[in-house]
Design a protein around this ligand. Structure first.
Ligand code: BGC
Length: 342
């Protein structure tokens, strides 16, 4: 059982409308989601002793989300992750997107799905947001109807993404929450133990575009099939952090993606998904300059993202899983964030 309450969160400038906040609560979790970007703004999870902490990075007020910030908690679309040089072809026609992370297009463009107001609908155990992305939005072909549904089921936050297109278009939707299971505002995630269910990953070039190879993790720093303690692991392999797509085992059905255990608090996050990949990002670009909730600052490596998704740049790499949605088809993916203590 979950309860849902609804309240105003803030006003957009220049009469842009009211952003609302939806609070979903079960015995085990409390999650706040706002209609700006379908953004998760807070997620309270109990530790072994039953003490609740907010485990996602973010801001107390709407202004925080409207400033330039590294995608704290929103839905990303129309295409999450990078498209090389912002260019692709669909059925022989070339499309050009804005280059917002030189020399590529990142996370849907200048004004992606994270920077728009969605239309909410309260459900008995959650909230559904919808919008129509107009034909040509950010350079993408055709109109896209999108529904994002968050529901709570005990210790599980379930996110379902559905979309329908009027023309063939790439679609890749994810959520970009940064977690810190010690509680947001904790200085780093080095004591988190991470497991990712992937035999292969995608090596990238210096602009973080996959070079095309689907490389075995065996014998590399990317072998996270058995739990590794993140800080020690980064040190051992002289890594600046992860910002890579792991190719998940499993079909289009629900499959296990990742597990993160924070031994000190006992908190565990397990992720399951229908997606073929996950971008594991360790907040390498966080630099401590933003003012977060409760006076928190967010230095490098103070949060991690598990962005379940199709593989980056799939629209330009024919041997990657298909990313085009055609008229008459339905995009339908689900990710489960399951919290527990151990
Ligand atoms: C990307 C990072 C990027 C970050 C934006 C992640 O999904 O993989 O490269 O910097 O989003 O904050």
């Amino acid at each position: 059982m979950a309860s849902v309450t609804r309240a105003a969160f803030g006003e957009l400038p220049s009469g842009g409308g009211t952003v609302e906040k939806f609070q979903l609560q079960s015995d085990l979790l409390r999650v706040d989601i706002i209609s700006w970007g379908c953004t998760i703004t807070a997620l309270e999870v109990k530790d072994r002793q039953g003490r609740a902490s907010d485990v996602v990075l973010g801001f107390a007020e709407l202004e925080g989300y409207l400033q330039k910030q590294p995608y704290f908690g929103p839905v990303i679309g129309r295409v999450a992750n990078r498209i090389a040089k912002g260019t692709f072809k669909v059925d022989g026609k070339e499309y050009h997107l804005a280059i917002n992370k030189e020399p590529n297009s990142l996370h849907g463009g200048v004004r992606g799905f994270d920077k728009v107001l969605w239309t909410p609908r309260v459900l008995s155990n959650g909230v559904q947001f919808s919008r129509v992305s107009p034909d040509g939005e950010e350079g993408y072909p055709g109109e896209l109807k999108v529904w994002v549904t968050y529901t709570l089921d005990g210790g599980e936050l379930v996110v379902n993404y559905r979309a329908q297109a009027s023309q063939a278009t790439p679609v890749n939707l994810t959520n970009h929450s940064y977690f810190n299971l010690a509680g947001q505002g904790s200085p780093n995630i080095y004591d988190h133990e991470v497991t990712i269910e992937a035999d292969t990953y995608l090596p990238v070039d210096e602009t973080l575009i996959p070079i095309g190879e689907v490389a075995p993790v065996q014998g590399t720093a990317f072998d996270l099939r058995k739990p590794v303690e993140l800080g020690k692991h980064l040190q051992d392999f002289h890594l600046n952090g992860f910002d890579h797509n792991f190719c998940l085992k499993g079909s289009k059905e629900k499959h296990f993606c990742a597990r993160v255990h924070h031994a000190a608090s006992g908190r565990v996050l397990e992720v399951y998904t229908t997606q073929p990949g996950v971008q594991f990002y360790t907040g390498n670009f966080l630099d401590g300059t933003l003012k977060g909730k409760n006076g928190a600052v967010y230095p490098k490596h103070s949060g991690f993202c598990l962005e379940t998704q199709n593989w980056p740049d799939a629209v330009n790499q024919p041997h990657f899983p298909p990313v085009l949605l055609r008229p008459g088809e339905e995009y339908d993916h689900t990710t489960w964030f399951k919290f527990s203590v151990a």
